[in-house]
Write a protein that binds this ligand. Structure first.
Ligand code: EPU
Length: 337
């Protein structure tokens, strides 16, 4: 059943804690609900999907309809030969999904522990952490097509997954609603501990069990990233920029300590946006009611009562400063509505 709320307040629907409203909030559960909204012509007007709101910044009130997935079921589709296939509704809280996998002994999602948001958003951003991305475990994505009201299933190979991007941010943006994702996980141990200090943290907890990896990742994230309930934020505000090797050569001469990572793209290298922002002197700085987090310069925070515009102004000041100091353009990871 579709539940509609007019002039809905969005403060609880965005982890930045921005006080804004939308014309109508539609909470849906099934494909049939979406078909109803389609028949009403909702998708012919201004609309968007909001799930956990952990990667969204509202720049003022939203003059349209927001569609929110309210169903949260996880079911086993198949199992055998060392793998299990699970289907999770778009409305499942991402970390509940990870916890479910860990509890059942399924390997693959544990490095993605404690990432805020819902399952439905995981393919859009191709969320990633500690050397694993959602694309590594996504088998296919179930969609509702708002152009003709039909149901589609897109295999992972057709989802255009890249670093924090997918076809849902490009070609299919505004054309589909993700209703569920299907994941393939392993039933045999497959720890991936190569990223940063994860191995040491897991060893300190007593070895590479699913529970220990989940705890180590959760602890690292909690130590670096602010809790949205205490300090509004959307995790990394910026993507790590991918640049040509010539730029890296130039920067390395002046900043030999600058971290660089392989990008997976020949001739290109990934820089750490957090390092660039920190080195430009922005860590812990405030601009009005918006600030750069004091422990992690990648994260912009609402110091209390900030508007979307306040955050955008800070993001612009940071971006301009990093561009003039290093000649590198930062790009927002957060979607601005
Ligand atoms: N750094 C600084 N100062 C800072 C922040 C970072 O010098 O204020 C340096 C660090 O010392 C390190 C480098 O920059 O050498 C990278 O920093 P870090 O490992 O903290 O962050 P990251 O690897 O760039 C990415 C994701 C995070 C994810 C972590 C762990 C992006 C934009 N961010 O951060 O994702 O949790 O890796 O895998 O890719 C998110 O998307 O919301 C998010 C938190």
């Amino acid at each position: 059943m579709v539940e509609k709320q007019y002039n809905a307040n969005l403060r609880d629907y965005n982890t930045f804690g921005i006080d804004a409203s939308c014309r109508c909030m539609c909470r849906y559960e099934t494909h049939r609900d979406l078909s109803e909204l389609y028949a009403e012509g909702i998708f012919e007007g201004k609309w968007n999907v909001i799930s956990g709101g952990s990667n969204i910044l509202f720049n003022g009130d939203y003059d349209g309809t927001l569609v929110h997935p309210a169903s949260g079921e996880i079911v086993t589709l198949t199992s055998g030969s060392g793998t299990v296939k699970l289907r999770a509704d778009a409305g499942v809280v991402w970390d509940d999904f990870v916890e479910y996998c860990v509890r059942h002994g399924y390997w693959g999602a544990e490095n993605l522990s404690y990432i805020p948001g819902y399952v439905g958003a995981s393919p859009v951003q191709n969320i990633g952490a500690y050397g694993v991305e959602a694309k590594d475990i996504i088998d296919s994505v179930e969609l509702f097509c708002v152009e003709n009201g039909t149901k589609l299933i897109l295999a992972a190979g057709h989802c255009g997954f890249g670093y924090r991007t997918s076809i849902f941010k490009t070609t299919l943006k505004g054309k589909v609603i993700i209703t569920a994702a299907n994941f393939v996980l392993k039933t045999e141990p497959d720890p991936r501990l190569g990223y940063g200090d994860l191995r040491d943290a897991v060893d300190r907890l007593g070895g590479a069990s699913l529970e220990n990896i989940r705890k180590a990742v959760t602890d690292i994230r909690k130590s670096k990233l602010p809790e949205p309930s205490e300090l509004g934020n959307a995790g990394s505000f910026f993507k790590n920029p991918v640049v040509g090797e010539d730029i890296v050569e130039r920067l390395k001469k002046e900043y030999p300590e600058m971290p660089v990572y392989p990008s997976g793209d020949p001739g290109k290298v990934k820089l750490a946006a957090g390092w660039l922002i920190d080195a430009a002197g922005w860590k812990g700085r405030k601009l009005g009611l918006a600030g750069v987090h004091e422990k992690q310069a990648l994260v912009l925070v609402n110091l209390g009562g900030a508007t979307g515009r306040d955050i955008i102004e800070l993001a612009k000041a940071v971006t301009d400063n990093v561009a003039s100091k290093f000649g590198v353009e930062l790009e927002s990871e957060v979607n601005i509505f």
